[in-house]
Design a protein around this ligand. Structure first.
Ligand code: NAD
Length: 296
């Protein structure tokens, strides 16, 4: 797809960070946007800002852990707004994990898997049948982009096994979905987005702001204490490392280019990450033991 004008784009986690930037970039490219999020006030202010910019923007409160709420979102997109040609399964959280993994709160595992993994599965289940049906009646491509992470998909960081495990699972699903649609010769294309090339300056470190009571972390459970990119910057400085960040608007441009170029792997490498991935791949191929990767 080269021309997004008039197309409806649905973005989960659209109220902040990468999702918010995607919504603006899509609006700029002429698309109509339907943003979905659990953060009601951020959702409404993002929708209002999109409208202020002259874009057609709709918003729906939607918890991606709830299959029924994603079905409602898909119904809104297809029955009320004329169908969707761009879907971004983007919502995600980090649980602030820290220390040895056998000491993590169960709710860190459960919450992260519910949002990062089941959120993607629920989005696929709600949208894919409708996208497939639309594709048979409509000779246009549709695109389904899943936000994964190199942290889990390509690398395993020793200090973030919960997040890494969710994103490893997301990668398996994304790649299998891509292959199934390829075999089916579908006009629905699947893309794997890896925000970067550096840590993206978003609200992810403060995911607790939208953490529901039923997944609350016990007061004495381990926590990294990192709530902002600045906190991470300070921590890295203590170890003599410099934090380089990427603005989410840059990620949104990479995402749209990936769709236009029909790429599955949608990312920009930084040399440090690329070298670590090469080291890991060599370790697998040569059966040498893993070397811990450091965040950067
Ligand atoms: N920031 C990074 O460096 C980075 C790197 C790789 C991947 N990612 C991924 O990018 C995606 C977007 O994260 P971000 O960095 O923009 O963080 P963010 O916190 O700024 O945005 C995430 C959005 O998801 C929403 N959300 C959380 N739980 C939800 C739920 N249950 N249902 C619906 N919405 C929910 C939040 O309210 C928020 O608006 C995530 O999948 C994240 O894992 C981020």
């Amino acid at each position: 797809m080269q021309d997004f004008s008039g197309k409806l784009a649905v973005v989960t986690g659209g109220a902040s960070g990468v999702g918010r930037s995607l919504a603006f970039a899509l609006g700029e490219a002429g698309a109509r946007v339907l943003i979905a999020d659990v953060d009601e006030s951020a959702l409404e202010s993002t929708r209002a800002e999109l409208v202020d910019q002259g874009f057609e923007a709709h918003a729906q409160l939607c918890d991606v852990t709830q299959a029924g709420q994603l079905n409602d979102l898909a119904t809104r997109a297809f029955d009320d707004l004329g169908g969707a040609h761009l879907v971004f399964a983007n919502a995600g959280v980090a649980a602030g994990e820290a220390g040895p993994l056998w000491g993590y709160a169960d709710n860190d595992w459960k919450w992260c898997f519910e949002v990062n993994f089941w959120g993607v599965v629920n989005t696929i289940n709600a949208f894919m049948p409708r996208l497939m049906a639309q594709a048979t009646n409509d000779d246009q491509d549709a695109h389904f982009m899943i936000t994964g992470s190199g942290n889990g998909a390509f690398l395993v960081y020793p200090d973030q096994p919960v997040y890494s495990a969710t994103k490893a699972a997301v990668q398996a699903v994304t790649e299998a979905l891509y292959q199934q649609l390829l075999v089916a010769q579908s006009k629905v294309k699947v893309h794997a987005l890896f925000p970067g090339p550096h840590i993206v300056d978003t609200g992810i470190f403060d995911s607790d702001r939208v953490r529901p009571e039923h997944f609350a972390k016990a007061a004495d459970a381990p926590d990294s204490g990192i709530k902002t990119t600045e906190d991470l910057r300070k921590l890295m400085q203590e170890y003599g490392a410099e934090l380089i960040t990427t603005h989410p608007d840059e990620v949104a441009q990479i995402a749209l280019k990936g769709i236009r170029d029909d790429q599955f792997w949608v990312l920009e490498w930084n040399q440090d990450t690329r070298a670590k991935v090469e080291t890991r791949m060599q370790s697998i191929l040569n059966q040498t033991n893993p070397v811990p990767a450091t965040l950067g």
